[in-house]
Write a protein that binds this ligand. Structure first.
Ligand SMILES: C[S@@+](CC[C@H](N)C(=O)[O-])C[C@H]1O[C@@H](n2cnc3c(N)ncnc32)[C@H](O)[C@@H]1O
Length: 359
């Protein structure tokens, strides 16, 4: 683990303006680090980001007006939470380092060496530090909260989470190369978080182009080739047939329209490509507006979770039909059958008529 004092940020060797351009969800935080005064990003700015990044292109699977409106609300809420996270204000105040730990909080007396604005920029936008440093938050009632890394949402390693062993990953790449006839493969991780698994993939096999879809930028993002800040329910039409390997780990559970995301994954596969997806919906967004929507489209379901399981079941039924026609191969773990949730792999063997996946 690198020491905070030795922070040298290879992600940030340019100007502050360049950093702001790359970390376009955090210009207000960068300004706050430099001035010592954090101003939240206003709602209109967040809305502009959502419209530009998530909705300005033709989608792979068209959504109806109500789906678009609800999805926009889900995205807006998630981005607002991330870019105006309460700790960002604290990081713009006095932050100290002591014995390799980062100490911050709403109290005046903190021990250690006070960090300069430059040091903070080096630390917070450095993936290794952001994910590894010991952080201690001090509260004015005297209590403390300690955690390993200030990573936000998801930074899991490839081996141990996406794949049991490195050899399993290599074996799958070998099979995909055989099936596609390609040496250089394009990989897409749906809900890639900070992109750690994608970076691991490329470290293991450099003949990959790594793409990650995630909703929110986080501070210490890793270095896949391309981040796409968008929703898996609304991928761009130009993803069609593009990816030789598609993965998804601990991500589907949060989606609003899991069945559409599953369809998009199938549509984004190249011929010979393979998708390995952990599909579930137990954290599907909750709220009156979503409840009304799902009640309308799946009246027999008690809530949106049950509704989504039914919708996923219908989607899987279509995939089974494609399998019977020899267009795809597809396997699910036994418990998937009972719950319409679980781990699945889909291999695209032949091009097929996409209307077979329509509702
Ligand atoms: C818990 S993190 C998991 C990250 C990473 N896959 C891992 O295993 O560490 C959840 C990820 O799902 C993403 N996510 C949530 N809802 C999404 C949606 N509708 N479309 C795309 N990504 C979404 C989040 O942005 C985040 O990248």
């Amino acid at each position: 683990m690198i020491e905070i004092q030795e922070a040298k940020n290879e992600n940030f060797d340019g100007t502050v303006e360049e950093l702001k351009e790359r970390m376009f969800m955090y210009p207000h935080f960068i300004d706050g680090l430099l001035s010592g005064d954090f101003q939240e990003m206003p709602r209109e700015e967040i809305e502009k980001i959502v419209d530009r990044e998530f909705f300005s292109f033709e989608p792979l699977t068209p959504l109806d007006t109500e789906q678009e409106k609800l999805l926009r609300g889900v995205i807006l809420k998630r981005l607002t939470f991330a870019v105006n996270h309460q700790d960002l204000r604290l990081f713009c105040g006095d932050v100290f380092t002591d014995d390799g730990r980062l100490i911050y909080g709403d109290v005046k007396d903190k021990n250690g060496v006070k960090l300069s604005a430059q040091e903070k920029l080096d630390i917070f936008f450095n993936p290794e530090l952001c994910n590894e440093m010991r952080c201690i938050q001090l509260y004015d009632n005297g209590s403390t909260y300690e955690r390993h890394g200030w990573a936000g949402y998801g930074n899991r390693d490839l081996v141990g989470h996406y794949f049991g062993r490195e050899g399993d990953f290599k074996e799958i790449l070998r099979d995909i190369r055989n099936a596609t006839g390609k040496e250089f493969l394009k990989v897409l991780d749906l809900g890639c978080g900070m992109g750690k698994a994608l970076q691991d993939m490329k470290d293991i096999d450099p003949h990959l182009e790594t793409h990650g879809v995630t909703m929110e930028q986080e501070l210490g993002m890793f270095n896949p080739d391309v981040f796409h800040y968008m929703a898996s329910e609304r991928l761009p039409a130009d993803f069609r047939g593009q990816f030789d390997l598609i993965t998804s780990n601990v991500s589907f559970r949060y989606y609003f329209l899991q069945h559409i995301a599953l369809r998009n994954a199938v549509l984004a596969l190249s011929k010979g490509g393979l998708a390995r997806l952990a599909v579930s919906c137990e954290r599907i967004p909750n709220g009156e507006e979503y409840y009304h929507y799902f009640k309308k489209i799946v009246p027999e379901a008690e809530n949106q979770y049950e509704a989504m399981k039914i919708l996923l079941g219908r989607e899987v039924h279509k995939l089974k039909r494609l399998k019977d026609e020899g267009k795809i191969d597809f396997s699910i773990r036994p418990w998937f059958e009972e719950d319409n949730q679980g781990f699945m792999t889909i291999e695209k063997k032949e091009d097929f008529d996409e209307t077979e996946l329509n509702d």
